[in-house]
Design a binder for this molecule. Structure first.
Ligand code: NAD
Length: 419
């Protein structure tokens, strides 16, 4: 590490926005000004009764970046290091992601500063119900629809749905997505983000004329996104040679069997000590030579400090904001093909859109229909980004951004400034 100053997630999001809009001379400065800031930001401090009777105070956020193209959509993160700045960045990225996928949503994000692994299930349920009540002034099936993110899961979504419904006096399944199928969730939602990452890695390999059969993959983060992306990469014929979680990583150049590893994680809570694999640090893992590198943990993992040591052909960004703008330039200089986060991990929000539609209509699709529509939308978006990148000689990230920002700008200009 040679210690370049670390930029916050929001500084990164703004730098990406500024770079993209600098390549869009047709945009009016007024439109740019409007899109650069979040629409509303809520901070809530609230008490939770712990199992031993103590009261602990928690802080949570909900940020709506844009409501120009529709209700806001974005996950809920439970993490000890969550900040308002990070929540703002994640909300802005959601706006661009929804616009790139042409979903009728704006971006939002929320979360609580908490390590969910340190709470009992009862404490987690009480925290979730209180947080859901606190943000209910900003949440609703027509206004703002949360979903899972780091540290949350379908059970947490079920509690949010139930809490909101209790206050209304009737069930409102469309208020969240990523909820269990038994209470109105969608077939295919659980796998959607990881499956989408595989579709995008597959398209990138096709574009580069590299066979998936025999390709190697390295995955950082083994949660909702990483574990499922790893499983689908193995199903595609790639050899997943290394994965990690917050405790560290494991490496086996012969390939890791992902279903067995998932079983090991269910039993032990970590990827460490999986049979036949060596231990590697998260830093070493990112620098392993491989065909496809999938960061699927947190922001800011690939920076100017380590980008020149990254040795993959395709960087498929499962996480939001894993790569800083400085690192982007180094990777592009080295010929790395980047599938940017707002495209690569958009499978989750895309099937969340399908789930919202199904919940509103109380009419449910088959798993095959969900997966077919997901694949179609993602492959179409991949091709649009590739065409934009070729036609305008833009890096793939900037191509994705300019497509997305144009759609938001169009909607904004058509609607006009109120009053
Ligand atoms: P998760 O909580 O299910 O899993 C996160 C994983 O990352 C865990 O295995 C954790 O141990 C690991 N991790 C945490 N800190 C780490 C570190 N410093 N180094 C290595 N591993 C670390 O979260 P998730 O839902 O899989 O989200 C992962 C990323 O994908 C986030 O950036 C999230 O915003 C993004 N994302 C998630 C979804 C979704 O549908 N869940 C959709 C789009 C994008």
């Amino acid at each position: 590490m040679n210690g370049h100053p670390r930029r916050s997630a929001y500084e990164v999001a703004l730098a990406q926005f500024d770079e993209a809009t600098s390549k869009m001379p047709h945009l009016s400065p007024n439109t740019i000004k409007f899109m650069r800031v979040s629409k509303r930001e809520l901070i809530v401090n609230f008490p939770v009764e712990m199992d031993d009777g103590r009261i602990e105070m928690y802080t949570g956020y909900r940020v709506h970046h844009s409501t120009v193209r529709g209700p806001t959509k974005g996950g809920i993160r439970y993490h000890p290091d969550l900040t308002l700045d990070e929540t703002r960045a994640l909300a802005m990225w959601m706006t661009w992601k929804c616009a790139l996928m042409n979903l009728p949503f704006g971006g939002a994000k929320g979360g609580v500063i908490v390590d969910p692994r340190k709470l009992s299930q009862r404490e987690l349920r009480r925290l979730t119900r209180r947080y859901a009540t606190e943000i209910s002034i900003m949440m609703g099936p027509e206004g703002d629809i949360p979903a899972p993110d780091v540290g949350t899961n379908p059970q947490v979504m079920a509690w949010i749905m139930d809490t909101y419904s209790m206050h209304r006096g009737y069930s409102v399944p469309a208020v969240v997505t990523g909820k269990p199928i038994q209470i109105g969730g969608s077939q295919g939602r659980f796998d959607a983000t990881g499956m989408g990452v595989m579709f995008m890695a597959r398209e990138a390999l096709k574009h580069l004329r590299i066979s998936a059969e025999g390709a190697t993959a390295v995955v950082q983060g083994f949660g909702n996104v990483g574990a499922i992306a790893a499983r689908y990469m193995q199903m595609l014929g790639a050899k997943v040679i290394a994965v990690s979680d917050v405790n560290g990583g494991i490496h086996n150049p012969k390939g890791l069997d992902i279903p067995s590893l998932q079983q090991h994680v269910r039993e032990t809570g970590s990827v460490l000590d999986f049979g036949g694999a060596d231990t590697v640090s998260n830093t070493e893992l990112l620098e392993l030579p491989c065909t496809v590198l999938i960061p699927a943990a947190l922001e800011g993992q690939i920076t100017e400090d380590n980008a020149d040591k990254i040795r993959c052909k395709v960087l498929a960004e499962g996480a939001n904001g894993p790569t800083t703008p400085g690192a982007d330039k180094i990777l592009m200089g080295n010929g790395t093909f980047i599938v940017p986060d707002i495209l690569c991990n958009a499978g989750g929000v895309t099937v969340s859109y399908f789930e919202w539609v199904q919940s509103l209509q109380a009419f449910f699709w088959s798993e095959a229909d969900v997966k077919r529509q997901l694949e179609r939308l993602m492959v179409d978006s991949f091709n649009s980004v590739l065409n934009e990148s070729r036609e305008k000689s833009l890096p793939t990230r900037m191509a994705a951004y300019t497509l997305a920002i144009n759609r938001v700008a169009d909607a904004l200009e058509l609607r006009g400034v109120y009053p």
